[in-house]
Ligand binder design. Structure first.
Ligand SMILES: [Fe+2]
Ligand SMILES: [Fe+2]
Length: 310
């Protein structure tokens, strides 16, 4: 059981309000939204076949370190065949268009987490056969960001406490949007959207829970890894690959993330791609983190030189 007060409204891109700001979100509220979504089933489309997705993905994969991680063509072909099974309702594709047009960082990130998490989830041995629903979780994890104003998503500097609070609710917004469009508030993709910023030591958000599903944690690790590697508005330079893997190692040492997902990411960076069980993760700190990183910093509203003026 959980309940959270939503500081922001959850609205679809075509302006249908699913939850108003101030709603106390419970599982029952999410179930009601899902029931509403089932009244109007949406046409679906294969994500890889939508618009320029496949071509964009190919372009992003040609950039290091992904160029090396995905250098085995046989593995890439197998992966693409698996990813081909992912079909999304058309309104969620519109969310992808929205990000491609207005927030290209998030668009690129969504596609790269799709690729990475599909690879890790495919190899996750939790005794379950993986299906389309599991592979759908990567690309849909951040769809809740359509509820976050663009001036917050694209802010080049530290957020204010209020902006940070708004941003922190994108997992719940994504949960509601996916519950609605998939007509199922317990769909794995909806649960990953809801929990992808939770951490196993309870230090995550928005709920601070400690029990994290293994698929959720794999997507969470890919989410952090790509966020570190990719260009972001809140820092002038991204992490190099070594520093990004060291940061994930530090998170595992601190109990934020489980070792299996860090080992899986390290394994796909090693020559010959060893089995995860054979990977020994280096604890040496040899990378150099980028300077000028504003991630996690908070400024007072009144001292906010970067605030949007309107
Ligand atoms: Fe997120
Ligand atoms: Fe993300």
């Amino acid at each position: 059981m959980f309940q959270c007060e939503m500081p922001i409204a959850v609205t679809t891109l075509d302006k249908k309000e699913l939850l108003s700001a101030g709603t106390i979100l419970t599982e029952q509220v999410a179930a009601d939204v899902a029931a509403l979504g089932r009244l109007q089933p949406y046409e679906e489309c294969a994500l890889l076949e939508y618009g320029t997705v496949r071509a964009d993905l190919k372009r992003f994969l040609a950039i290091p370190p992904y160029l090396e991680i995905f250098s085995d063509q046989k593995l890439v072909d197998e992966l693409l065949a698996q990813m081909q099974s992912v079909r999304l309702p058309l309104p969620l594709m519109k969310a992808l268009d929205y990000f491609r047009q207005h927030d290209f960082h998030t668009y690129r990130h969504i596609l790269m987490v799709f690729n990475l998490s599909s690879m890790l989830v495919k190899g996750l041995d939790d005794g379950r056969q993986k299906g389309e629903a599991d592979f759908m979780a990567g690309p849909s994890h951040d769809f809740g960001k359509i509820s976050v104003p663009l001036h917050i998503l694209k802010k080049a500097g530290p957020l204010t406490a209020h902006e940070k609070q708004v941003l922190k609710y994108h997992p719940l917004s994504g949960y509601i949007l996916l519950a609605y469009y998939l007509g199922d508030h317990r769909h794995p993709a909806a649960l990953v959207a809801r929990d992808h910023h939770e951490r196993r030591d309870g230090s995550g958000y928005p709920r601070g829970i400690k029990e994290i599903d293994p698929v959720v944690e794999m997507v969470a690790a890919c989410d952090v890894y790509d966020a570190l590697l990719s260009p972001r508005p809140y820092r002038p330079l991204s992490f190099d690959n070594r520093s990004a893997l060291e940061e994930l190692t530090r998170m595992a040492e601190n109990g934020n993330l489980g070792w299996p997902c860090v080992e899986a990411l390290v394994a796909c960076n090693r020559h010959g791609r060893p089995n995860v069980e054979q990977v020994v993760v280096s604890r040496d700190v040899r990378g150099t983190q980028p300077i000028g990183n504003c991630y996690g910093m908070v400024v007072d509203d009144e001292n906010d030189a970067n605030a949007e003026k309107n």
